[in-house]
Design a protein around this ligand. Sequence first.
Ligand code: PGA
Length: 233
Amino acid sequence: MPLVAGNWKMYKTVADTAAFCAAFRPAQGVDVVVCPPYTSLAAAVESGLTVYAQSVHWAEEGPFTGEISAPMLVELGVSGSIVGHSERRQHFGETDETVARRAYAALEAGLGVIACVGESEEEREAGQTEFVLRLQVEAIADAAGRHERLVLAYEPVWAIGTGRTATPDTAQEAHAFIKSLLEVPVLYGGSVKPDNAEELLEQPDVDGALVGGASLDPDSFASICRTAATIRS
Ligand code: PGA
């Protein structure tokens, strides 16, 4: 079954979340996940959707101001977490090592994990895409192995929030490379929209999507979920 996850980033209050959940009609034949900000997790769980957080700390508790632990998410009824999103790597000092620690702790606590990897524009232009992906994937693989609750998301940094999507061929090539390093499902992320979801999800190694901007609107997100269900079921 394909997986489509909506990463809401720092958008949607509790009231916005309730409105989204009331309007959203999930499709059959696809696993759908929403990833609200921490303050809206409980409201999303209450609606009956499958809910992931956007990050999770590796310790169960401790002096880590601003962080949230896996047991805290479990207590709320949250089913998993994204780790290693490029915005966390870029703006909050996340490294391959901390991403791996977060992934391991979340899996140990019984959560699902969507671990993000992807090269920057400069890295791609310098011909370093596979080198960077290998480092990122191997850090996660070393910590977590081929876990049944682990999926990776290939998110080329130059395609996130830019409206520039990887071509289906570029995505397929990266996905096949990632799977040669760690055999788990790989989602594509980076400007996925209702009108480009089909060509991306048609690629043999694209097992679903991690959707940012287009997941904020219940109709757009439902449309992408339906496309995934139709193509990959
Ligand atoms: P985008 O974000 O769909 O808005 O490009 C994707 C992501 O950051 O996960």
